[in-house]
Design a protein around this ligand. Structure first.
Ligand code: ATP
Length: 352
């Protein structure tokens, strides 16, 4: 099974190396037969190939079973026409990765802003307000005059139905409860369509469904996080809500995610490239490692290979015990371990 690694920018190379050590240990321990290969992306490929998102990398991604993608510092990329397309959004579009799945869980012993939280946010990933991916040609943002800026939001029945399916499937495997989040009181057509689709799919799955507006939801998830389990929402609401959930449950360094479509899955930490701490061996690779675990779980389900799912479960358990030990943490969580040492410690626990 082929896994393609793209290191990314900022702390990307450090946290990806730590995650790679864990994935290799899992492959040995569970006989997964994973073959790891590399492709350039981001600032690295801008320097060597003149673009942050080379065609060759896209092709290699399409040929891989799974992809490990480090964070990308897109804010400093040159304009797309000068070689700086957003390779993160570009990957989601090129591989049609419509489901961004972001769990946030309070881990025993880890500092968190709330006592109890175990939610998974399922965010639509290919349309909505995202100007770089919601159009066939051109961008969903334009300025008719220097003083007028207009943004278009695209919501389709197909997009809503497939994200609803992903969320309902997950809710069925977990507590049977689904929360949908939107702003249908104001965005009556777009969010109205989203809500209709989620209700239709959820009734087929016979789930318990509740519904909140995004503004109320930001307050509720702080006030009673234990009340929620699987949350489904559109692209930008999900982006914002999942950062809030990650921070509440212990910080951005703990928030994993996968971006999944029908045929491809990319492991990608929910946080960004953190250029302020890059190259100092202090970044927390937990989110990246857990994202790789989620990728193995996705591959296990897709290829009906239970050993991949077993490896994913074990990675999660090992991270839990590693973080429960104060000496086993990186500086963002009050510990002293470096990024590399954290990865090695987790890999060692996995092998044992
Ligand atoms: P980008 O522009 O790529 O989104 P950013 O720095 O604006 O990067 P994030 O990287 O998401 O945004 O995070 C904001 C801050 O949180 C970082 O500056 C960093 O201090 C902290 N942070 C994020 N990820 C980690 C991590 N894995 N380990 C430790 N600290 C982190």
């Amino acid at each position: 099974m082929k896994i393609l690694v793209c290191k990314g920018d900022g702390i990307g190379p450090e946290i990806v190396a730590a995650a790679e050590a864990v994935v290799k240990a899992a492959s040995r321990r569970f006989n997964l037969g994973l073959e790891i290969d590399y492709a350039e992306i981001g600032l690295e490929s801008l320097k060597s190939q003149g673009t942050t998102f080379p065609d060759a990398t896209i092709q290699r991604m399409k040929e891989s079973d799974g992809i490990i993608l480090g964070p990308l510092h897109t804010a400093i990329y040159p304009p797309p026409e000068k070689g700086g397309p957003n390779a993160s959004g570009g990957t989601r579009k090129a591989l049609d990765l419509y489901a961004n799945v972001r769990p946030s869980r309070v881990r025993p012993g880890c500092p968190a802003h709330v006592k109890k939280m175990d939610v998974v946010i399922v965010r639509e990933n290919t349309e909505g307000f995202y100007a770089d991916r919601n159009m066939f040609a051109g961008r969903g943002e334009f300025m008719p005059t220097p003083d007028v800026a207009i943004s278009m939001r695209k919501v389709t029945r197909e997009g809503c139905m497939r994200i609803a399916e992903s969320a309902c499937e997950l809710a069925k495997q977990r507590s049977g409860k689904l929360t949908m989040v939107h702003k249908g009181n104001v965005m009556k057509m777009t969010d109205g369509l989203f809500a209709d689709c989620v209700n239709e799919v959820a009734s087929r799955y016979k789930l318990e469904v509740d519904e909140y507006f995004i503004d109320a939801m930001t307050a509720l998830i702080v006030r009673k996080p234990e009340f929620f389990d699987v949350i489904v929402t559109t692209n930008m609401y999900g982006d914002i809500l999942s950062d809030l959930a990650a921070e509440l449950s212990g910080g951005l360094g703990l928030g994993p995610s996968i971006n999944a479509g029908a045929d491809h899955c990319v492991a990608q930490a929910a946080h960004g490239s953190a250029p302020d701490i890059a190259g100092r061996n202090i970044a927390n690779p937990t989110a990246m490692i857990l994202s790789c675990g989620m990728l193995l779980d996705w591959l296990g389900r897709r290829h009906k290979r239970p050993e991949l799912q077993e490896a994913a479960k074990r990675i999660d358990e090992v991270i839990e015990s590693q973080l429960a030990d104060k000496n086993g943490r990186t500086p963002d969580l009050g510990g002293k371990l470096g990024t590399g040492a954290f990865g090695e410690a987790v890999a060692k626990r996995l092998a044992g």
